[in-house]
Ligand binder design. Structure first.
Ligand code: LLP
Length: 426
């Protein structure tokens, strides 16, 4: 099998390390399954991205939805990042991580009145509207609070990001944003409202996008609208490109931040405004692994199976998107022969697999496997199905590791749930 290594996850003396710590040492302390993240990866990716755009007035708003551990949020915030929150729950997490609401933008296709109120009361930097009704609701709530809400409108530019249909968001058939024509009119209407100030145009065309072309196409479309609205007298100051920058899971060749900047800067330079980005996956995905232990191996006439102690409840992406995550042993054994196997979890679903038909070096019960690219959309999508406790999260900082969230206990599974005797009275 082809080994995956990076500057952050490497083998020394056949042992997998995260930065300067052997993975085995962490697992001896916390058990499996467990998520392990590299702080250096997060820092390097953020610095690389912001450097590529240093020629333009820009802000990165880390998309918390990709990995919402408080310490991950704080890592990016301390580097100077703003934070993109999609719900009151993410807002709560960001506040708990020490983020000032003025550094947050509030997004989401279905924000409730309560969430909008929370955003306005706390003076978030922007509230993004995704429908005409939402613009009027934001105006109404801001009026009740005696405030003016800083508004951005998410436009659906109708471009094809050529990604998995479940994570494509910028096509007319997707539920997100407002089509360009209607959005243009809505901006003009919003400019006439008393309690909102339309300041920004926003887009987010999808996730795991590996070519700059769809971005160029969308930004060109919206840049035209931006200029036109300004010539109508709107004081637009922000252009938000959203997130979606793809990463390498297997053999993709995603664009680099420099290539991204090279493609977009010529269009953005003419706009004379602050440009925002909302990367999630790019900043986190390849900064994490999920370590699991082999429980059993078995074969039938058709297949080999490796049953591990991680499941779809810990990493859902293979089950719902057919996503590829590289898997390899945490300790290399030079003599083990490669086999082809399905790597599956303990959950009672045939859809509970981490890899199908995967070539992997033969392993035995007790061996540890590392599942790569598990820093984004992994723990945040974990569940308690089948009575499973969500795994701990560990951040490695050079030669130290920190358990930044412990393994859930059985009590967590019963949160606020109890037998109500009255229900059983005869
Ligand atoms: N901004 C908005 C408005 C978004 O909806 C998203 C992601 C982002 C930014 C960050 O996108 P990123 O840079 O991470 O691609 N669960 C799926 C991904 C869903 C993405 C949802 N929105 C997966 O595991 O692939």
């Amino acid at each position: 099998m082809k080994l995956f290594e990076s500057d952050y996850f490497t083998y020394k003396n056949n042992q997998l390390y995260c930065d300067e710590i052997p993975v085995e040492e962490i697992i001896d302390s916390v058990g499996t399954p467990a998520f392990i993240y590299s702080k250096k990866f997060f820092t390097d990716r953020y610095n690389e991205f912001t450097k590529a755009f240093s020629g333009i007035n820009h802000t990165i708003f880390y998309a918390v939805k990709s990995n919402s551990n408080l310490n991950v949020i704080k890592t990016f915030y301390d580097l100077g990042s703003g934070i993109d929150v999609n719900s009151a729950g993410e807002f709560y997490r960001a506040v708990k991580a020490g983020v000032s609401p003025g550094k947050m933008i509030l997004t989401g296709v279905g924000k409730t009145a309560g969430e909008i109120k929370l955003g306005i009361e706390n003076n978030v930097k922007f509230i993004k509207a995704e429908s005409e009704q939402e613009v009027y609701l934001i105006d109404e709530i801001a009026g009740q609070l005696g405030k003016t809400a800083p508004l951005a409108i998410r436009v659906n530019p109708d471009v094809n990001p050529k990604t998995h249909p479940y994570i494509s968001t910028g096509l007319a058939e997707n539920k997100f944003g407002i089509d360009s024509k209607s959005a243009y009119k809505l901006f003009l209407k919003a400019a006439g409202l008393k309690n909102v100030k339309p300041l920004g145009i926003d887009m987010h065309i999808g996730s795991q996008i590996t070519s700059v072309e769809p971005y160029k196409e969308a930004v060109e479309k919206l840049a035209g609208m931006f200029q036109k609205l300004k010539s109508e007298g709107l004081e637009l100051t922000h252009f938000d490109i959203g997130g979606g920058m793809g990463v390498k899971y297997k053999d993709e060749t995603p664009f680099t931040p420099e290539e991204f900047a090279g493609a977009l800067l010529p269009i953005l330079n003419g706009l004379d405004c602050e440009v925002s980005f909302e990367p999630g996956r790019y900043l986190t995905a390849n900064g994490g692994i999920l370590v699991t232990e082999v429980l059993y191996t078995k074969s039938n006439q058709k297949k080999n199976f490796i049953v591990v102690d991680a499941a779809m409840t810990d990493l859902l992406r293979p089950s719902i998107y057919g996503a590829y995550h590289h898997i390899q042993p945490a300790e290399l054994n030079g003599t083990a022969k490669d086999i082809t196997a399905d790597i599956v979890g303990p959950v009672c679903e045939s859809g509970d697999f981490l890899a199908k038909g995967r070539e992997i070096s033969g392993c035995k019960p007790g061996d540890k496997l590392a599942i790569f690219s598990a820093g984004a959309y992994a723990m945040v999508m974990a569940s308690n199905y089948n009575g499973r406790r969500r795994p701990p999260e560990i951040i490695v900082d050079k030669d130290k590791f920190f358990v930044v969230r412990g393994r859930e206990t059985y009590d967590h599974l019963l949160f606020d749930e109890e037998i109500k005797p009255g229900l059983f009275e005869k």
